[in-house]
Design a protein. Sequence first.
Length: 248
Amino acid sequence: MNRILIVETDFKLAEKLSMSLTDAETSAMSCGTMEAATALLENEVYQMVIIDTELQDGNGYDLIYEIGLGIYKSVDPIIIAIVPNHRKPDNIELIEQGISEYITKPFSTAVLKAKINTQFRRRGKGSRFVQNSAAAKQDTDKDKTIRIDQFAFDFGAREFRVADQKVELDDLEQSLLRILLENKGSVLKRRALGCRLRSESKTTIDEASLAKLVQTLSEKLSAQNYIKTVYGIGYMWAMCDDKNKKKW
C-alpha cells in the first residue's frame, strides 16, 4: 500500500484531500504544521509527501530540504509541492529542490489525483522502492570503507582511523560523522541536522549540544580543516577545494 502524507495549512482542505486520496491501495494522512509533519516523518514511512510551501509555522521548502537530506524514515519519497499561483517554480528550481511535481492553489482534487497517479506510475510500487532503497543504503554502509586523505572510516566494523591511528567514537559521534560524509560539500542546517540525529539516537539535541558535539568530533579526528562551521546556518564536511579555508 502506498502511504501519502499531506502537509497543508488549510485544515479543511487537508481533511478533504486525505479523505479523497484514501482508497484500497492508498492511505493518506494530513497535518497542518511543520512541527506535526516532522513528528510523523520521524516515526512513519511515506512513499509520497504533499507539502504546502507556505505553512503557518515555517517554510515548506525547508521541510522539503530536510526530507532530501534523508533525515527521516522515508527514503527518497515523491515530493509534490503546493504553491501559490503567483509563485510557479521553473524546471531548474524543481530539480534543485528535489520536487517531483507541483500544483498551484486553487486546484481541483481530480487534477492532483492525476499528478499523484502519474508519479506513482513513474516510480513503480512506492513501498517496494522505499524498502529496497533503505536496504541498499544499509548494505552500502556495511560494505564500504571511506578513505579521505589521512582518514579511513569503516562504519560497518565501527572502526575509525586517522593517519592509521584508531579513534574511538561513540554512537552519536558516529552518526554525526556519517551524516556529514553523506552530504560532503553541502551545508547542513542546524535544525535539520539536529532533527536527524534526534531521529537516529532518540536523544534530544539542542543547538548548544549540537555545537559541542561537532567540536568534539572535529577535535577527536583532528579534522578542523574538514569539518566546517558555516556561521548562522550550520555545518559541513568540506570538499577538497574548501578544506583549507577558515570557518565561514
